[in-house]
Design a protein around this ligand. Sequence first.
Ligand code: HEM
Length: 225
Amino acid sequence: MLNKRTKELEFSSGLRWTHWIRVFAITALTVTGFYIAYVFVAPAPSGTPTVFLNAKFRMWHEVAGFILIAVTLYKSYLFIFGKLSGKERISLYDAFNPKVWVAQIKYYLFMSKKHPKLKGVYNPLQFVSYVFLYFLIFIISLTGLVLYARCYGEGLGGFLLPYMEPIEALMGGLAMVREIHHIAMWGILIFIPVHIYMAVFNSIMSTEGSIDSIISGYRFTKTEE
Ligand code: HEM
């Protein structure tokens, strides 16, 4: 019996680009965000206050923040309407199938060697972790926009301010908005190792090139002859 593999396009270029741009944006946001929260480098004291290091960190934070918002909106559009995202949408069937849940948990706990047959590209645990990630990105973007509108009263900030003020009040004031923004960051930082663990686990166990597929786009499924 021969073990042949067939090459299947799993992730379109749009899905791969949006994944990696978000990796870079979230990394930049975490570094600059930590700086805003706990200033870890300070310029040498100078008589003329022209260094503005804090403002520069905040500016790059906001640039990366708007990139994250734009890419997330585009990725959400692709999820709903993208032709090649059909396999992502079909994962919803697996997420609502208790049999697949049980089989997947057994597989992760090494209680079964057989990976459950999935209709889509994500197993239920991956799918739920992505829903959780999108929820966190929504919260961090919304609170980020409130903070942005408060930093810049003119231009886009001025335009956004009347829409952001009720959200700020609902959250209990600007200090609470910062707190929620900060806590959402920790939520994302917890998601990342779990996400990488699941991706590496699946890649090692299935030998179908699951991790490579987020770079190359292709998965290599076994077909026995
Ligand atoms: C993964 C995404 C993000 C992370 C990890 C992150 C992290 C942080 C952290 C830790 C802080 C400091 C909060 C504190 O004082 O404790 C902060 C502040 C801030 N963030 Fe974000 N953030 C993210 C996304 C965004 C987005 C999408 C925007 C909107 C453009 C944004 C705009 C801001 C602004 C304006 C501040 C306040 C700056 C200040 O107080 O001077 N952030 N962020």
